[in-house]
Structures are given as structure tokens and as C-alpha cells.
Design a protein around this ligand. Structure first.
Ligand code: NAP
Length: 314
């Protein structure tokens, strides 16, 4: 039975199957992490982490027999990929199985912000409706959406919004082959022409604060920013400042820089919708992610090809 280190809280439907086939060491819950590493570190051959888990190189240095990191999530911005390449470590994630759910959350945030649904719900609960009508909002059909990162999730968002009458353009490092949407190479230009800008690219150093003050200003006071990707991609202080100044129309956010802490200023804003990182949080999808996370480990230790190695190390 290979020894594996678990560095994130896992649902029972992944934890229990893992414990049947592996000797699991719960680093996340351990009250004496250095002691655990000293006693077991040399035996550890696999590591399971969450999509949002930050794995420092120093931890990997304490695991000399490590062979594979299996990420329970599609984002692997918390994994030091260059270090893993140098050490010949395999890294896997759980792509595709969560795409529909995350795209649904993006569309939900678009509707909740553009049509003001979260605010409207609070309006009814507070008894305001008995005194006056809810202010008019904006029609979604006919809006222009810009997508930053037209990958698996970005394409699923585009498909959903296109079916609702929204015009789609996108940006990224490259134009995507075979898509019916317009590529705009420059992010500021895309924000300028968009009613809604949707962030769907990976996190990590390459995209840190990519959506900064200039992009937010280009989106403007009638614009809406939706982020379902990673908090690190948006310059959060610049976002808060723009919303406070009325220089950005609205924001719908599933992800934040310092989760689960959300900037206090956002909590009081009626034009902001805040979700607790629920992009993939359905029973069906989390089960499929758990199955794939374990299938990657199982394949590796059985000498079979990995189902979903990350592209950089495949
Ligand atoms: P994907 O298929 O790899 O798509 C990523 C897209 O971003 C690609 O179109 C890629 O195109 C573009 N991109 C990559 N690096 C870029 C850069 N430096 N600048 C601009 N664009 C860049 O990934 P996915 O499966 O759609 O997932 C996207 C992200 O969603 C994940 O990395 C994860 O962080 C996030 N996510 C969030 C949740 C949630 O719960 N909220 C759940 C799942 C995933 P090019 O390579 O051509 O640039």
C-alpha cells in the first residue's frame, strides 16, 4: 500500500476510497506537521491536495520519495510546476468533469448582476416591495460579453450566453481554433467593448492582477465584472476602489484573493454578488472529481497511463 499525504480537507466520498487503497497521512488536520513529516516524510509517494491549496517547495523537499501530486480540482496554480518538472514529479488534475457546473455559476452571476436578482431578493425580504417597485435593470439579450480565457469553461460559458442572445468576444494568449467567437488580442480593448467581462483563465504568477485598474476602468461604470476563475487574477483593491467610486457598474464574484475572507467594503454593496467559491460544488460533480483524483493515483501506482496529467508535464 503506497503512503500518501493529504494536504486539504477531502469529502468522505474521496477520503474513504483513498483510505481503502492507500496509507493516508492527514497533513491538513495534523496538529504537529513537522513531527508528521519527520516520522513519515521519507515514505510518502503520493500527495493529494485541493485546487486552492498552496503547496510550497519546502514541503515537497521534505518528501524525498514523492512521485505524484493529484489535485482535487482543475486549477493547479498552487503547485510549483517548474519545481515538479525539475524533480520529475507527475501532476494531475480533474478537468472537464466540472466544466458545466462552473459555466452555470458564471451565467448565474451574469443574471444576478445584470438583472439585479440578488438585490431584488433582498428587496422583497425587507418588505420594500410593499412601498415601491424595484428599479428597472438591463436587458441581457443584446449585451456584449468578453471572456478572458476561452478554454473548457470559457467555451461552455460562451455557448450558454450565446444561446441567450449575448454577443461573445474573447481574449487569451492565443486565438482558439474552430470557435465562432471573435478574438480580441488586447484585454483592455476587450473590456472597453464589453458590457460584461468574465474571467475564466487560470490563476498563478502569469495572470496575477491581470484584471487591474486599467481593465476595470475600460469596463466602466456601466460594465459588470464576473470572476469564476481565481481571486488572484483580479486586483481586488482596484476592484473595490472602482466600485466605491461608481467607476464600475457591478461585480459577480465566486473567488477572492484571501478566501474565505471577503473585503468588508463589498459586503454592503447592492450591485455586488458574492458566492463562497461554489463553481464545482454539486454532489454529482464533486463525486466525479473525487473519482478522477483517485483514478490518477491508481493509474500511476499500477503503471498505467495517467488519465489527466497537466499539459505542462504530460
Ligand atoms: P483551460 O481549459 O486550461 O482554459 C484556460 C484558458 O485560459 C485557455 O483558453 C487559455 O488559452 C487561457 N489562458 C491560459 N493562460 C493565460 C494567460 N496567461 N493569459 C490569458 N489567458 C490565458 O481551463 P478550464 O478548465 O477552463 O479552467 C479555467 C480556470 O477556472 C481554472 O484554471 C481554475 O482556476 C478555474 N476554476 C474555478 C472554479 C470555481 O470553483 N470557481 C472551478 C473550476 C475551475 P491560451 O492558452 O490560448 O492562452
Amino acid at each position: 500500500m503506497p503512503d500518501i499525504l493529504v494536504t486539504a480537507p477531502l469529502p468522505d466520498f474521496l477520503d474513504e476510497p483513498l483510505k481503502r487503497d492507500y496509507r493516508c497521512h492527514d497533513y491538513h488536520r495534523s496538529s504537529h506537521k513537522p513531527g508528521l513529516l519527520a516520522a513519515e516524510g521519507a515514505r510518502i509517494r503520493g500527495l493529494v491536495q485541493g485546487g486552492g491549496t498552496l503547496t510550497p517547495e519546502s514541503l515537497l523537499e521534505a518528501l524525498p520519495s514523492l512521485e505524484i501530486i493529484s489535485v482535487f480540482g482543475v486549477g493547479y496554480d498552487g503547485v510549483p510546476v517548474d519545481y515538479c518538472r525539475r524533480r520529475g514529479l507527475k501532476v494531475t488534475n480533474t478537468p472537464d468533469v466540472l466544466t458545466d457546473d462552473v459555466a452555470d455559476v458564471a451565467v448565474g452571476l451574469v443574471l444576478m448582476t445584470v438583472r439585479g436578482f440578488a438585490h431584488a431578493d433582498r428587496f422583497v425580504r425587507a418588505g420594500e416591495w410593499t412601498r415601491r417597485g424595484f428599479p428597472l435593470t438591463r436587458k441581457l439579450a443584446g449585451c456584449k460579453a468578453g471572456i478572458l480565457g476561452l478554454g473548457r469553461i470559457g467555451k461552455a460559458i460562451a455557448q450558454r450566453l450565446a444561446s441567450m442572445g449575448v454577443a461573445i468576444a474573447y481574449t487569451g494568449r492565443n486565438a482558439q481554433p474552430g470557435v465562432p467567437y471573435r478574438f480580441v488580442p488586447d484585454l483592455v480593448a476587450l473590456a472597453q467593448e464589453s458590457d460584461v467581462l468574465i474571467v475564466a483563465c487560470p490563476g498563478g504568477p502569469a495572470t496575477r492582477n491581470l484584471v487591474g485598474a486599467e481593465v476595470i476602468a475600460a469596463l466602466g461604470k456601466k460594465g459588470t465584472l464576473v470572476n469564476i476563475a481565481r481571486g488572484s487574477i483580479v486586483d481586488e483593491p482596484a476592484l473595490v476602489a472602482a466600485l466605491e467610486a461608481g467607476a464600475l457598474g457591478a461585480a459577480g464574484l465566486d473567488v477572492f484573493v484571501d478566501e474565505p475572507n471577503v473585503p468588508a467594503a463589498l459586503l454592503a454593496m447592492d450591485n455586488v454578488v458574492l458566492l463562497p467559491h461554489v463553481g464545482s460544488a454539486t454532489r454529482e460533480t464533486r463525486q466525479a472529481m473525487g473519482d478522477l483524483c483517485k483514478a490518477n493515483l491508481d493509474a500511476w501506482f499500477a503503471g498505467r497511463p495517467l488519465p489527466t496529467p497537466i499539459p505542462e508535464l504530460a
